[in-house]
Design a protein around this ligand. Structure first.
Ligand code: ATP
Ligand code: MG
Length: 315
């Protein structure tokens, strides 16, 4: 079979977005799972190299947005991506139901407070996109305490305004040295049912299950419409969406790792070059250190047996 490549998952706003053109499953044969795991592992290492430079250089920030229906694998994707990264340069933020403090502000406010510094990667488990997804599906905008001129805006116009605000916000981020990687883990309704059943049957997974998840599932077509519209209106060249088939976790993880490597490569990070005078400082520090052993470089002279003794003494 033809595997779906990352570019097949990408939508950058050219043309009209239709969700049914994007599969939830490409039916990779099970026997190929280890191959994909090996490819993911290789990407994980590449990510680590790139992140090291991104952090050292400190000039471009990356925001990774993960959106999906329940049980699509957001949490485990984040866990996986994290294994390849230096925790010092990564933050994770989960966007749950807004607190009253958050609701008292504009909807982008809480996301702004969670932006990573430049040089770092911010993983967003859900995001301000909830404000055009769950909010739209449940008409929550009607419950907001806002002036009449806002509340009287017809629903479609209200959300068109939000799509524009999001595009503008992401453009603002782009112009301020950030890249936004937007991932929709596209799981099928059938696969969600199976994963919910697993959560119910497996005691270790019980904590992940909430009966409200089943209620939300009933609204599946409304959610899919909301996703379709939102992806159509907010995908841009600078901040495209990746619609990733998520029914096979090992395959989705590989695609996410491809997307991560791609965005980090686009940043093109490089270790900063020291200015000439700091290089002179390095040279004189080197001389001073070598002078302690009479100019003799003794690195690599400690043999293995010496190390073994040192280790056993410490244990
Ligand atoms: P899990 O995989 O553990 O279930 P989760 O991301 O679904 O993780 P929950 O605490 O179950 O976490 O759900 C968070 C809920 O908060 C989601 O149903 C989401 O739609 C909702 N939510 C997020 N942002 C908003 C928002 N701006 N307005 C209203 N609801 C929101
Ligand atoms: Mg949930």
């Amino acid at each position: 079979m033809e595997f779906q490549k990352l570019r097949d998952c990408r939508f950058d706003g050219s043309g009209h977005f239709k969700l049914d053109g994007y599969p939830t499953d490409v039916h990779v044969e099970k026997r190929l799972k280890p191959n994909f795991e090996a490819l993911t592992e290789a990407n994980t290492q590449r990510m680590a190299e790139l992140q090291d430079k991104l952090y050292a250089e400190g000039c471009e920030g990356v925001v990774v947005i993960l959106q999906a229906m329940d049980a699509a694998g957001k949490d485990s994707t984040i866990k996986h991506v994290m294994t390849g990264l230096n925790p010092q340069g990564v933050t994770v933020a989960s966007f749950k139901q807004p607190s009253s403090e958050e609701l008292a502000h504009d909807f982008l406010w809480r996301a702004v407070t969670k932006l990573p510094r430049r040089g770092c990667i911010g993983l967003f488990n859900r995001s301000y996109y909830e404000d055009v997804l769950v909010v739209r599906v449940h008409d929550l905008q009607k419950t907001y305490r806002m002036p009449k001129r806002v509340l009287d805006t017809p629903k479609d116009d209200f959300f068109e305004q939000r799509y524009r605000q999001i595009r503008d916000f992401e453009r603002y981020l782009w112009e301020n040295g950030y890249r936004v990687l937007k991932i929709f883990l596209n799981v099928s309704r059938d696969e969600q049912r199976r994963r919910f059943l697993d959560r119910i049957d497996d005691e270790a997974k019980n904590w992940k299950f909430s009966s409200s998840d089943v209620a939300e599932r009933e609204l599946w077509p409304k959610y899919m419409d909301a996703y379709e519209q939102c992806i159509d209106r907010t995908a841009t060249k600078e901040a495209p969406w990746y619609v990733i088939p998520a029914d096979q976790k090992f395959y989705a993880r590989w695609l996410v790792s491809e997307a991560m490597v791609r965005v980090l490569e686009e940043c093109g990070p490089r270790y900063p070059e020291l200015p000439a005078e700091q290089r002179d400082d390095l040279a004189s520090a080197r001389e001073a250190l070598l002078a302690e052993t009479g100019g003799h470089d003794d690195r690599g002279e400690r043999d293995e047996s010496e190390l073994t003794v040192a280790l056993s003494e410490n244990s």
